[in-house]
Design a protein around this ligand. Structure first.
Ligand code: GLN
Length: 288
């Protein structure tokens, strides 16, 4: 007997619930709608329809992976961020909704720069999927961006994402360890670097610990290694009235502000994430 969508949905939800997944119903809906290429609304409306055996088998295989704690969007291979769709790969962090706060925060600064000079050059250090830089390029049509990463896999993924979202003409990539191979000055420097303390990485939930790349999470003993590396060379790569926008861990505002202050860069703006934690810091030159 062939399955209906409703029965497959209920079976999937029960399977995930039994595996201890708290968001079982939601995850089952997202996985099935993603695999079938249906919106969530269409999935609910078409619940009585028959599902053929090959599709049901694909859904069950995906549900098995989720039951083993693989994240929904890793299984689907892509995720939405700031209204764009991003392909994920092994060396890219899955874009988080909290990181949209960094994009929100940078857009007005970029509009100001474009209003005064007609253009805006961005560098996104450790670009991963390219999410931050590409979301900014989609918002600010006068901007051009450079995404750097230590991983070729990540850079290939970022280029693919630029292509998919129609932004390839304004986006370039460079293999570089933070500012290592970067040349020239930028109006906007952005980064969501690894900021979790090494010993805490082990305690993260399995979805993060086993599926997000360690290099995108582990910020060293105190979680600040990447900020130290960035702060040291930021001034040399920043235009006179440029801004630096960084995502930080919830308890790192003071420490990161001090690292940049030591290089003549002052805190100019900041933002909290969806949970009310300090999440974004924006720095400028002290004299500006
Ligand atoms: N926000 C991520 C997490 O909680 C960490 C990302 C990062 O280190 N930049 O898993």
């Amino acid at each position: 007997m062939s399955e209906t969508l409703d029965r497959l949905l209920a079976e999937s939800r029960d399977r995930l619930k039994a595996a201890g997944i708290e968001t079982a119903a939601l995850d089952a809906r997202h996985l099935i709608s993603g695999l079938l290429g249906l919106s969530l609304a269409a999935l609910m409306a078409q619940g009585g329809e028959a599902v053929d055996d090959t599709v049901a088998a694909r859904v069950r295989a995906a549900i098995d992976r989720r039951a083993a704690r693989e994240p929904v969007y890793r299984i689907l291979g892509e995720r939405e961020f700031y209204g764009l769709t991003f392909k994920l790969s092994k060396d890219t962090l899955e874009p988080r909704p909290d990181t949209e706060t960094l994009v929100d925060c940078m857009v007005p600064h970029m509009r100001r720069i474009v209003a005064s000079k007609g253009a805006c050059r961005i560098v996104d250090l450790g670009t991963g999927t390219g999410a931050i830089c590409l979301a900014l390029l989609a918002q600010i049509l006068e901007a051009r961006g450079l995404g750097t990463d230590i991983s070729e896999d990540a850079l290939a993924t970022a280029r693919d994402n630029a292509e998919r979202n129609g932004l390839a003409g304004r986006f370039q990539t460079l293999r570089s360890n933070w500012f290592g191979k970067v040349e020239g000055r930028f109006d906007v420097i952005v980064s969501n670097p690894p900021y979790i303390r090494s010993r805490v990485v082990d305690e993260l939930e399995p979805e993060v610990k086993y599926h997000d790349p360690a290099a995108a999470l582990d910020g060293g003993d105190d979680g600040l290694n990447a900020y130290r590396a960035i702060a040291l060379h930021a001034d040399r790569h920043l235009e006179a009235d440029g801004v630096i926008g960084l995502e930080i861990g919830f308890d790192q505002k003071q420490a990161v502000t001090a690292l940049f202050a030591a290089q003549g860069l002052r805190l100019h703006d900041s933002a909290k994430d969806l949970g009310g934690n300090d999440r974004v810091l924006v720095f400028k030159r002290t004299e500006n």
